[in-house]
Design a protein around this ligand. Structure first.
Ligand code: HEM
Length: 514
């Protein structure tokens, strides 16, 4: 690698079997690799490529990460005399300096009233953790469809990250959070927002849901409505990453209209007998505990904690994201559930189900908006390096107009999210339910509908690459394919929009007139 070659020396090696090229100051001997090159041999024998500096050609066809792979790093035999490396991968954990790639509070020279030092420390530590511990597993599992590796859950549990995902609260008491970067008593919703936004950087939507998505929505009803003994037992195992929860509300018969559930719970001595089905249950294929919404014989609803066991069957549902999310169809056949597994009161199940919706939807907004931002960064980089008609792609006004819309959408969504997060920090749970259910529903509707516009624009910018699962546009293809999830989970856009407006109308003063 230390050897220095002149341009003339490199130029001597320009034929099949004896082929060198230069990419970003490094000399590659691709004599043997050329025959295996996925882009073919002929492109490498082109007179502008063989024995030449092919940096520009390379970067218009490959992601930088190709050069980082060990099998390709090995092809480097030296450097080009007088040339300097100009393109560097962002080191693990570092911030991006592409404009708008980071929210304002993380962009050099900008300010924010919301974030303190503990937020910055958590962000820096967790980004590094995500890139060093999670990304590799995420990309591999998104591909093979297996659930996130136990190793990742174990590492997360060591840092108490699983506990932190549930936001501020007594469950954090006495814990050392991410090596002590934030104290349990100072942990607030902005810390939780950071975890939500950084996690999506793994760019694997199914995996992200696999990484505790079910627990994120399935555990809170247990923590908030379970008997103390049950609560403690389950929280201990789940926060340690050893057991997993799933929230089992939706059915083939009922989705956003939870009042229409058909899964039946019959009262028997010391408990319940449950029979019915549930569909689209995130983490269901590997969950140990199911927080299940059931109809009672009185026609009301009850929420029960059902443990995996006799009569409980789960089978995977293939959706447009990977089975790493463990999305399942769940059947309960005459399952006996002890009475102490009742969460909240009999026939008051709707209250239990609805109680966590705001927090859940807000959590979805954090991820959805951060994912939108990653797409903006991908597009800005691409338009900068891609040449069309001899000029960078950004020299086209229509492309700049698309970027203007994309940037505006993500910045407005982030600003709205931070405002709501600030409100959450200053309200108790009941106030949040009263005052923020509407705004959170409207924000989620906005975030996910703008996300879909951004996905469509990004595909137009990337062209064929934006619909190809490998290569330059692979994250755009992934985003475009999986973006509808955010728009459906936690309530479809139209339902949420309607909820937001109905909440506002309920609060209209009776005596107001134009
Ligand atoms: C060190 C040198 C190179 C390595 C290690 C390399 C590696 C690869 C790899 C792994 C792919 C598969 C797609 C991807 O993962 O991005 C690919 C595709 C391709 N490569 Fe290269 N490549 C090299 C140099 C070049 C050069 C100099 C050209 C110049 C024209 C070229 C042209 C192509 C083309 C046309 C494709 C297909 C792109 C597509 O399907 O969109 N490669 N290369």
């Amino acid at each position: 690698m230390s050897k220095v070659f002149t341009a003339d020396e490199v130029a001597q090696h320009k034929k099949e079997g004896d082929l060198w090229i230069v990419v970003d100051s490094k000399v590659y001997d691709i004599s043997k690799f050329a025959a295996m090159h996925p882009g073919g041999l002929s492109v490498l024998l082109d007179e502008d490529v063989a024995g030449k500096d092919a940096t520009e050609a390379f970067f218009s066809l490959h992601r930088h990460e190709v050069l980082e792979k060990p099998q390709f790093k090995r092809l480097v035999i030296g450097t080009l005399a007088g040339a300097k490396q100009t393109i560097f991968a962002r080191p693990a954990g570092a911030l991006s300096d592409v404009p708008y790639a980071e929210p304002f509070w993380l962009s050099k020279g900008y300010h924010s009233p919301y974030y303190k030092e503990s937020h910055r420390r958590l962000q820096a530590a967790y980004r590094k953790f995500v890139e060093e511990v999670i990304v590799g597993d995420a990309q591999a599992r998104e591909e093979d469809g297996k659930r996130p590796s136990q190793r990742v859950f174990d590492e997360m549990a060591k840092q108490n990250l699983i506990a932190m995902r549930f936001g501020p609260g007594p469950h954090l008491k006495g814990l050392e959070l991410m090596g002590g970067v934030v104290k349990p008593e100072e942990f607030d919703y902005f810390h939780e927002l950071i975890l939500g936004q950084e996690t999506v950087r793994v760019n694997a939507r199914g995996y992200t849901d696999g990484l505790g998505g079910g627990t994120y929505i399935g555990l809170p009803p247990i923590l908030n409505f379970g008997q103390p003994a049950l609560r403690e037992r389950i929280a201990k195992e789940v926060l340690a990453g050893k057991k997993f929860c799933a929230l089992a509300i939706t059915e083939a018969f009922a989705g956003s209209d939870v009042a229409g559930l058909r899964c039946m719970a019959k009262r028997v001595e010391n408990g319940w007998i449950v029979t019915g089905t549930k569909k689209w249950i995130t983490n269901g294929t590997f969950a140990d505990y199911f927080t299940v919404g059931c109809r009672t014989e009185q026609g009301g609803l009850v929420v029960l904690l059902i443990e995996r066991g006799e009569g409980v069957e789960t089978k995977p549902i293939k959706t447009s994201y990977s089975t790493a999310a463990g999305t399942a169809y769940v059947t309960f056949e005459n399952v006996f559930v002890p009475y102490e597994n009742t969460l909240g009161k009999e026939n008051k199940g709707l209250q239990v189900i609805l109680s966590n919706f705001n927090h859940e939807r807000w959590g979805m907004c954090t991820g959805s908006i951060a994912a939108q931002r990653l797409v903006v960064e991908e597009c800005l980089k691409w338009v900068n390096q891609r040449k069309v008609f001899g000029k960078p792609l950004h020299s086209q006004a229509v492309i700049r107009a698309k970027l203007a819309a994309m940037i505006s959408r993500v910045e407005s969504a982030q600003a709205w999210l931070e405002n709501i997060t600030y409100q959450m920090n200053h309200m108790n749970y009941a106030e949040q339910a009263d005052k923020l259910a509407g705004p959170i529903a409207l924000l989620k509707r906005y975030a996910t509908s703008t996300a879909q516009e951004t996905a469509r624009d990004a595909v137009q910018i990337f062209g064929g690459r934006g619909i190809t699962r490998t290569g330059m546009g692979r994250f755009i293809e992934h985003y475009h394919r999986t973006v509808p999830f955010d728009a459906v989970l936690g309530g479809a856009e139209d339902v949420l929009g309607d909820l937001g407006v109905r909440q506002a109308l309920r609060k209209m003063p009776k005596d107001t007139r134009l």
